[in-house]
Write a protein of this length. Structure first.
Length: 139
């Protein structure tokens, strides 16, 4: 398979993988533990884990407490999908860049070949003897 065809196949593969991602979420899943307070004093015991999804909204950091194990499971999946999405985007960028470079190289070589053939044919069509003949007019 030619390099151009390989890159096209790789691009289609990446696009298919991107299309397979059904949900993603930018942010971080955090686990929180709080000390147990008895009689107004902190103890060595901890309560938790409490799961919190933290993300940026504009310039502010927003936190959402996740209350069910299903929400935590979905948050983990969404975070992993986001990481995969970013990786695929970087791969796609690289493949498309390489495709562009390859196409520019092919276009440049075709142009050089075209220019080379044109100049050779022009030279071949003109002989030194034919250029010295006077212009004759029919009478």
């Amino acid at each position: 398979m030619k390099p151009h065809e390989q890159l096209q196949a790789k691009r289609r593969e990446i696009l298919d993988q991107l299309a397979a991602i059904d949900s993603l979420r930018k942010g971080t899943l955090n686990e929180q533990w709080f000390p147990v307070v008895r009689g107004g004093k902190k103890t060595n015991e901890l309560r938790g884990p409490y799961w919190v999804w933290t993300f940026k909204r504009g310039k502010r950091t927003v936190s959402e407490r996740l209350k069910s194990t299903e929400q935590v499971r979905q948050a983990r999946k969404d975070a992993a999908n986001y990481v995969r999405f970013r990786e695929l985007c970087r791969e796609l960028e690289t493949v498309i860049h390489e495709l562009g470079e390859l196409e520019r190289e092919e276009a440049a070589s075709k142009e050089a070949l075209k220019k080379g053939l044109t100049s050779r044919s022009n030279r071949a069509g003109k002989s030194p003897a034919s250029s010295k003949l006077p212009n004759a007019r029919p009478e």
